[in-house]
Ligand binder design. Structure first.
Ligand SMILES: NC(=O)c1ccc[n+]([C@@H]2O[C@H](COP(=O)([O-])OP(=O)(O)OC[C@H]3O[C@@H](n4cnc5c(N)ncnc54)[C@H](OP(=O)(O)O)[C@@H]3O)[C@@H](O)[C@H]2O)c1
Length: 283
């Protein structure tokens, strides 16, 4: 059931892995990235996987509507007007407590993770509707439903995409279009290196922010998993006969998925504080 798919953010991480997983299955992949100068890693991965056809590189910055329109127009032209799937994968993160993060930085996260996703989806929907067929996979996060300290902008952006996607799914089902959320836990990708973390020296939250920082560096990143799992899950969601709406990926994501709505928020917060080490000794 291979078809034509446009993926955003293919210079590294899940976008790269999804490109390899889908090309291997015979999909024609329009692998997009905002800077084609960063194509080396993808090209190396394709070489190692011995994939030498079926992948077209496309320049696409999801925050720039002109770039989105140009990219989608060229993809549709090459695909004969028919696109079977879109993977909204590109995303960014930034750490810092809400008060320490300035408003522009907060907005930058939403411009990419929420409005960027809307920009690309808006551009592909007319063609999918016309052909009464399509799948739109949004890479959200298991963290969308479990806010954590120092990640409010990221959690807000992913939670927003989940809410939007639930609504969109109901609007477009009559046109044969499935909307899906792939929700990974912690995976070893560039996002951990590229995300700025704001902890001003005079922060009122310095101690807690330091605990979060230690938790991320000492526990989260060393235990992060192989991103190929997410590439495979994206492929699975695109090829499932009856796709589900949500696909948690990784044991942490599955636990969070199952616990969602069942464990009282008070207990979630207690567990999170203990895990991160936010409670002073003796509490
Ligand atoms: N890694 C995890 O643990 C994890 C967990 C849950 C969810 N996620 C989500 O998974 C998705 C992929 O992230 P990743 O972990 O694979 O990180 P990654 O390796 O940093 O990949 C992110 C990709 O997004 C691209 N990108 C960023 N801004 C863009 C823009 N404006 N236009 C087009 N592309 C843009 C990056 O391009 P450049 O190379 O040009 O920067 C890069 O190709 C993100 O939505 C992220 O939030 C990640």
């Amino acid at each position: 059931m291979a078809g034509r798919v446009l993926i955003t953010g293919c210079s590294s991480g899940f976008g790269l892995e999804a490109t390899v997983a889908l090309a291997r299955r015979g999909w024609v992949v329009f692998a997009s990235m905002r800077d084609l100068g960063r194509r080396d890693r993808l090209e190396d991965a394709l070489y190692v996987a011995r994939i030498n056809h079926g992948v077209e590189l496309v320049e696409l910055d999801i925050t720039d509507t002109g770039s989105v329109e140009r990219a989608v127009a060229s993809v549709l032209e090459k695909a004969g007007g028919r696109l079977d799937a879109l993977v909204n994968n590109a995303g960014i993160s930034a750490g810092g407590t809400f008060e320490d993060m300035d408003a522009d930085e907060f907005r930058r996260i939403l411009e990419t993770n929420l409005f960027g996703v809307l920009n690309v989806t808006r551009a592909v929907l007319p063609a999918m509707r016309e052909h009464r067929r399509g799948r739109i996979v949004n890479v959200t996060s298991s963290g969308a439903f479990f806010g954590s300290p120092g990640l409010s902008a990221y959690a807000a952006s992913k939670w927003a995409v989940e809410g939007w996607a639930e609504s969109l799914a109901m609007e477009v089902t009559p046109f044969g279009i499935h909307v899906i959320c792939v929700e990974p836990g912690a995976y070893r990708t560039e996002i951990w290196n590229s995300s700025p973390r704001t902890i001003p020296a005079d922060s009122a939250y310095a101690e807690a922010a330091g605990s979060v920082e230690r938790f991320v560096e000492e526990r989260l990143i060393p235990n992060a998993r192989d991103p190929r799992e997410v590439g495979e899950m994206i492929a699975k969601a695109l090829e499932a006969r009856q796709p589900r709406f949500r696909y948690p990926v990784g044991p942490d994501a599955v636990v969070q998925h199952v616990a969602r709505g069942k464990v009282p928020n008070r207990m979630v917060r207690y567990g999170m504080r203990r895990l991160i080490g936010l409670d002073p000794p003796g509490h």
